[in-house]
Design a protein around this ligand. Structure first.
Ligand code: ADP
Ligand code: MG
Length: 684
């Protein structure tokens, strides 16, 4: 069967018992009605006409107008998938790619993963029959490596362009190039905000197509004074709304899984203690690593008399639309990567949103009827403290990953790459330096064999390097497991409130003297030895889902090793020194040394103060020298996932980066101050 003729309409293709077919047909008909009621529907023909005529079209429309779910279907219906070509649509977030693909498959009456599919890192849910493919922008970048002209696609939609993620910004440059030489491709740049001129200018004055918004007024409420604890304030506000406001669902913006879980627990507890006097509160969380089957909860219609409270990360700002929201609670924060190009240090930081972000959030309350937005910050703060717009990610992130990727695409002159907003030159230089220190580039800036191999892994260069170093030290299998555990995204352990002591004792049993990476390895191996059992996880207070995800990732990494022809070690020796050395070979930038006073650490190269995360198994031991996986900033900079190292390894694994004087023990090293200011301080 010609995939291009794949029928998305699905009626009557599979013989079914009449009753089931009838209900099916009914559901289908009502979904088609919903499709026709979306604002974008009126512009269907004009849109298709614009795409027929222009290579690049910029399209703007309010969140919820139907851009993401409808445009690919229109293009398919219009014939753009004839001959087996695909329509691609990128999303900055994995959850959005999955949920939107599921929705479109449902609307089209097909099985997800067949005609309509999605592709996100470590998960490919597509088939030969796929004609509409949603994917993260990062996955499309990876596709460039195997297919630089995107020959499989007739149309590529770069969606949520206003988010300006790193992936999207790099795609802009690559796609612009393709659009110039491929006459048969069409590009649609879709965005939820109105600043489309910038996109149009960049894409050689591409025509702009604006779908008028349908939006009701939203009343804004501010707090009189700054909130000391926004999480607590958010919970109180939700309860207040529930008590005093007419029917309508609530959307709360929080920064991550941990906050969402805390808020959920608090709301469930208070909801219970409030008894039966109030209607039911249905709590529905949504965040990046929420298992797919639970994501659907946020879209489930709210029963009469009840009220749904969606606890969401930034994903609900524009990426997914939830109908029925009348109230928005906005503490005004989101979690962002922040990068210091001077030190090369990257950290996850809870950051105030921009004014544009806060407006988007408020807008979510006015989709179905007039709404209210409760901002948990002052009107003064909105005017004076928030940035007007989001800073594009490319200007605040480590570029190691993309530089490596662009190099492997043969793009050597990064300074003159056609960026919409170029990153700071120091950030490019820093990335080049780091890749050189990792051995991925030679002294002329060309990709080495090692670099080529590293680029194959959908991982940060440091993690890729650690795996490859693992091969050198005879512990590659162990490193693959560790990398999979580190990449699984979610917490490994859980601590139920009523069993904290049991849980802590169970976790302590996994602790390893050498550090957290070894502990993660032990957890995985014990789980594997227990036959990947769910029960084992329960008894050990380990998150079963995290483990399953780690297993999936591990399988894929093993596959990749095969492709880059790195043989596995047949037996796992579990040689702890070798493992720690291999980790150091990738993460030597992240070295810190215990200060002689107190339990605090200083990074070796830049003398920045950092601490071991309270949940680390080295939290009490406090070794003199450590290498960490990542920094998270809460009350201060915490190193998460830490191992103990021998400082002598640093000059072995990174001779271009560490001089013997950097890693000398005792007085001499302590006296060597990093910069003039510190020297002056020492002399004073
Ligand atoms: P846009 O991309 O313009 O923001 P979408 O195409 O995402 O708009 O959404 C259009 C409509 O589809 C929304 O009103 C929403 O109700 C519905 N929708 C989108 N995703 C889902 C889903 N996973 N489940 C149920 N409804 C959905
Ligand atoms: Mg969308």
């Amino acid at each position: 069967v010609d995939a291009g003729d794949a029928r998305l309409a699905g009626e009557g293709e599979v013989p079914e018992p009449p009753s089931a077919a009838e209900t099916h047909a009914k559901a289908h008909a009502s979904l088609q009605e919903v499709r026709r009621s979306l604002p974008v529907y009126k512009f269907r023909d004009a849109f298709l006409d614009a795409v027929d005529k222009h290579k690049v079209v910029v399209l703007t429309g309010e969140t919820g107008s139907g851009k993401t779910t409808q445009l690919p279907q229109y293009l398919h219906e219009h014939g753009y998938t004839r001959g087996g070509k695909m329509i691609g649509c990128t999303q900055p977030r994995r959850v959005a790619a999955m949920s939107v693909a599921a929705r479109v498959a449902e609307e089209a009456g097909v099985t997800l993963g067949r005609e309509v599919g999605y592709s996100i890192r470590f998960e490919d849910c597509t088939s030969d029959a796929t004609v509409i493919k949603y994917m993260t922008d990062g996955m499309l970048l990876r596709e460039f490596m195997s297919s630089p002209d995107l020959g499989a696609y007739s149309v590529m939609i770069i969606d949520e362009a206003h988010e300006r993620t790193l992936g999207t910004d790099i795609l802009f440059g690559l796609i612009k190039d393709i659009a110039r030489y491929r006459d048969d491709i069409r590009i649609v740049i879709a965005s939820a905000t109105l600043d489309a001129e910038k996109f149009s200018d960049y894409f050689d004055m591409a025509p702009i197509f604006a779908i008028p918004g349908r939006r009701y007024p939203v009343d804004l409420y501010y707090t009189k004074a700054p909130e000391a604890d926004y999480l607590d304030a958010a919970v109180m506000t939700v309860l207040q709304i529930h008590k005093s406001q007419p029917a309508g669902d609530v959307l709360v913006f929080l920064t991550g899984q941990a906050e969402i879980e805390t808020a959920q627990a608090a709301l469930e507890e208070r909801g219970r203690s409030a008894g039966s006097t109030m209607g039911e509160l249905i709590i529905a969380p949504i965040y990046a690593n929420l298992p797919a089957e639970l994501q659907a909860n946020i879209f489930a219609p709210t029963p009469k008399g009840a009220r749904k409270v969606v606890l969401a990360t930034n994903i609900a700002e524009t990426s997914v639309t939830i109908d029925g929201i009348r109230y928005v609670v906005d503490p005004g924060f989101c979690k962002q990567k922040s990068f210091n190009p001077r030190s090369g240090m990257e950290s996850l930081v809870v950051t105030p949103v921009s004014q544009a972000g806060a407006r988007q959030r408020a807008g979510r309350a006015g989709r179905v009827a007039p709404g209210k937005c409760f901002r948990l910050f002052t009107a003064w703060a909105f005017e004076n403290e928030l940035e007007p717009n989001n800073i594009p990610e490319i200007q605040r992130t480590n570029l190691g990953n993309v530089v490596l990727m662009l190099k492997s695409l043969g793009i050597d002159d990064l300074i003159h790459f056609d960026f919409m907003d170029p990153p700071p030159v120091e950030a490019i230089t820093k990335a080049l330096e780091q890749l050189y220190a990792l051995g991925a580039l030679n002294d002329r800036g060309q990709l080495t064999k090692l670099g080529r191999r590293m680029a194959e892994f959908p991982l940060d260069p440091q993690l890729a390097k650690a795996i490859i170093a693992g091969a050198e030290y005879g512990v590659v299998s162990e490193l693959v497991t560790i990398a999979a555990m580190l990449s699984s995204g979610n917490a490994v352990f859980f601590r139920p409130k009523d069993k904290i002591l049991h849980a802590d004792a169970a976790h302590k049993a996994f602790h390893k003297d050498g550090g957290d990476h070894l502990m993660l390895l032990a957890v995985y191996n014990e789980w594997a030895a227990a036959g990947y059992s769910k029960n084992w996880c329960k008894e050990s207070f380990v998150q079963y889902r995290t483990m399953c995800r780690a297993r999936d990732i591990r399988d894929q990494l093993l596959h990749l090793l095969d492709r880059v022809e790195i043989p596995l070690n047949e037996v796992e020796t579990g040689d702890e020194v070798a493992i720690r050395k291999a980790v150091t070979a990738g993460f030597f930038f992240n070295t810190a040394r215990l200060s002689r006073t107190g339990g605090s650490y200083k990074t070796v190269k830049h003398q920045l103060g950092v601490s071991i995360h309270p949940q680390s198994c080295l939290n009490e031991k406090l070794p003199r020298w450590v290498v960490y996986f990542e920094l998270v900033f809460t009350s201060r900079e915490f190193m998460r996932q830490v191992i103990e190292i021998d400082p002598g390894w640093l000059t072995q694994v990174a001779p271009h980066y560490y001089k013997p004087s950097d890693v000398a023990e005792g007085e001499r090293a302590a006296r060597k101050m990093p910069n003039a200011k510190a020297r002056a301080r020492a002399q004073a």
